[in-house]
Design a binder for this molecule. Structure first.
Ligand code: MG
Length: 307
């Protein structure tokens, strides 16, 4: 009996620690079409982290649904075969430690071979533990990881696009919620509002966790949405694991941009750290560690049942 094809082989490949060549197009989709993509992003996060033996699991897994919609739902404009295309929108991962989700997303978009994900954190790799622009990985717009600085760079990009080059490019940035404790975040927010950056979309991964515990137990940042509004943002709160809700939030940003409302947009995504892998779900202890091989296999088995 040939066991190399058919459902059994398919399940095995989904649970395998090996990378595949599957990629996805960036196009308008129905909400039901994103689960398959988000699961593939999560699988590749697990596969890369278990090889690295270090790195961040919780934030990347928890934000995978947001990345699936942003990069594969026709929201971001980019060309996977030319990530320097001048007409592209920009994305800056201000929470640079969440690099595995960005790398996995870019590889699943076809920006570079998926097997390169297996070099995460290795000596000389383009996939450093935090994104490095000088590594020349397609899709990395800037180095990031010093928290609070990525959003400031992104605001600078948006100022350049809107006020200097006067093009229609959009700039997206994602910060964590623990990152909101950095004062420079709010300087950037103040500037985005001051310069009426309706081409700027600030995504906040509000999983209520950071490396040392629950966010309010370390330094309270709430109420987040009210703060963003007070800083002049058009602010939405969305369920970061509900594809229809994520799409609605991005649609509102796109309306703001097209209609030139003269305000930046903030989207507070309510998420769970480690979402998709039950033993990590909502546990801050998974902020900064990788799964063991047995844990990775268990995670892949669970994800195989969640498409
Ligand atoms: Mg957090």
């Amino acid at each position: 009996m040939d066991t190399s094809v058919g459902p059994t082989a398919e399940v095995d490949s989904k649970q395998s620690l090996a990378f595949n060549t599957l990629t996805f197009e960036n196009r308008l989709r129905q909400p039901s079409e994103f689960a398959e993509i988000a699961v593939e992003i999560r699988r590749d996060i697990i596969r890369s982290l278990v090889r690295a033996g270090s790195g961040h699991s919780g934030g990347p897994l928890g934000s995978s649904d947001i990345f699936a919609v942003l990069y594969f739902g026709g929201i971001m404009r980019y060309n996977p075969s030319d990530m320097h295309w001048n007409g592209r929108d920009r994305f800056v991962l201000s929470a640079g430690h969440m690099a595995p989700v960005l790398y996995s997303t870019l590889a699943n978009a076809g920006c570079f071979p998926k097997e390169e994900l297996g070099t995460l954190r290795k000596f000389g790799t383009r996939l450093q533990g935090h994104p490095g622009r000088d590594m020349h990985l397609p899709g990395i717009e800037t180095s990031s990881g010093s928290l609070g600085q990525g959003i400031s760079i992104a605001v600078g990009m948006a100022i350049s696009d809107k006020l200097i080059d006067r093009n229609d490019h959009c700039v997206f940035t994602l910060t964590g919620d623990g990152e909101l404790q950095e004062g420079s975040v709010w300087e950037a927010a103040m500037a985005a509002s001051n310069f009426k950056l309706d081409n700027f979309c600030w995504l906040i991964d509000n999983n209520d966790c950071q490396i040392d515990g629950r966010v309010p137990d370390v330094m309270n940042v709430y109420p987040i949405a009210e703060k963003c509004t007070a800083f002049g943002f058009d602010t939405f709160v969305a369920d970061g694991h509900d594809y229809a809700d994520i799409m609605r939030a991005f649609d509102r940003f796109r309306e703001n941009h097209v209609n030139k409302v003269g305000k930046p947009t903030a989207i507070v995504f309510r998420t769970y750290m480690g979402h998709g892998v039950s033993y990590m779900n909502d546990k801050f202890e998974w902020h900064g560690k990788p799964p063991t091989k047995d844990q990775a296999i268990a995670a892949l088995e669970e994800l195989a049942g969640n498409e």
